[in-house]
Design a protein around this ligand. Sequence first.
Ligand code: GLC
Length: 430
Amino acid sequence: MVSSRLTVPRAVLAAALVFGVAACGSDSGGGAAPPGPAALDGVGPISLVTGKDTSGNLQNQVDEWNSAHPDQKVTVIELPEDADAQRQQMVQNAQTGSATYGVLNLDVVWTAEFAANQWITQLPDAEFPLDKLLPETVETGKYFKHLYAVPITSDGGLLYYRKDLLDAAGLKPPTTWAEMAQDCAKVLPSNPGVSCYAGQFEKYEGLTVNFSEAVNSAGGSVVGDDGKPTLNTDGARKGLQFLVDGVKSGEIPQKARTFKEEEGRRAFQAGELLFHRQWPYQYAKASATDGSSTVAGKFAVAPLPGLDGPGASSLGGHNYAISAFTKNKKTALEFIKYSASEDQQRKNLEKTSQAPTWAGLYDDQALVAKFPYLTVLKKSIENARKRPAVVKYQEVSQAIQDAAYAAMSGATPVDQALQSLQGKLETLTK
Ligand code: GLC
C-alpha cells in the first residue's frame, strides 16, 4: 500500500500525477501519495450538485431521504445538461473554497482532477459495498488506488434501432458500419423524414465519447496501455473516417452535428432516426406511452457496430464524491451510502432505465424479463474502454473535440486532424 497519511502540497501532488498509468486505480510507482481520508463528521443539511437530471427520478430519491432525515435534508442544485459546463461550475466553486456544494455528482472522467486538487475528500472503502458493484465502475472512483467517489450510475453506449422498420424490410440489427449503411439504403427511401444515424456530435464531452468509440470500434485506441497517445495508427484513421464519411454522405444528418444527448433523444422519439447511439437512460423515455414518444414499442437495442464486427463503447457514468469544503460530511457520507444501496439502485433502474452499478441487478431474472436491454447493456459496460484517467483530462478532451469537430465539418483532412491531435496529446502527456 502507498503511505496514506502524508500531507502532500497540492502542487507537488499534481506534478507527480502523470498520464494514465499513474492515475486512477494504479499505484504511483513511488510518487507522492494523496493524503489519507479526512474525518467525516458534521451532521445537517447538505446539497447534491448534479448535472441536469434528465432521468426524472433524482428528486424522488432525495424526497425519500428527506422524509426519513428531516434534520439532514438534501437540496438538489442542478447544473447544465452539458458535461463540460457542469465541470466548469464545479471547478469554479471548488476554487473559491465555497461550502455551498456538498455531494458532487462527478462524471467518471473527473476523479483524477478533483482528487489531485484536493477538491474532494478521500473516502473510507469499508463504508461502501464495493465488492457488490461492477468492478470497472469502482475503478473510475479511485485515484492512486484510494477511493474518492462512489459509483451511482454507470453508462455504456447502445445502438438504438427502429425494430419496426428493420423487421418490415426483413433486416436484423447491423453489427458493422457497412451493414448499417446498407440497411439505411434499403429502409430510408420508403420512409421519408427518417435519417440514418446520429450520436452526440456537438463539440463537448459527448463528441470525445463518440470519437473514442469510433476509434475503438475500428481496432484503434486513443491512448495505449502506457498512457501515450496512439492516434497515428490505421485504427484511429478508420474510426475518424467513419464519422467524416457519415457526414459527407448524409448518413449522419447535418442536424446531428448539434446533438448532445437530449437533442438526439428527442429526434429519435420523434421518429426521425433509424439508428441512434445513445446511453441507457433513453430506453425508458423512448418507451413512454404518454404521447411524448412516437417510437414506444417500435425500437430495440443492440451492441454498437464497428468496422469488422461489434464495436466498443466508452465507459460512462457518474460517481458521488464529497466536497472538501462542505461542513456536514457525515451526512454526505450517509447520503452516498443510501444512494449506492441495492434498494435505491433497483428503484432507479425500474423508474429510469439508467445503468445501475450494483452488479447483481443485471442477472436478476425478473429485471431482465422486464428490461431486456439489460443483457446488452451489461456487455457494453464490461467491454467498454475507459477514457484517459488523467488530471489534465479536460485539456485532453478539448483537444479531441477540436480535432474531431474540424474533421467532421470538412475543415481539416482526417490525417492532418489526427497528426495535430497526436502532437497535442504527446505534449499533454509528457
Ligand atoms: C454521460 C456519461 C458520461 C459522459 C457524458 C458525455 O453522461 O455518463 O460519462 O461523459 O455522457 O456527454
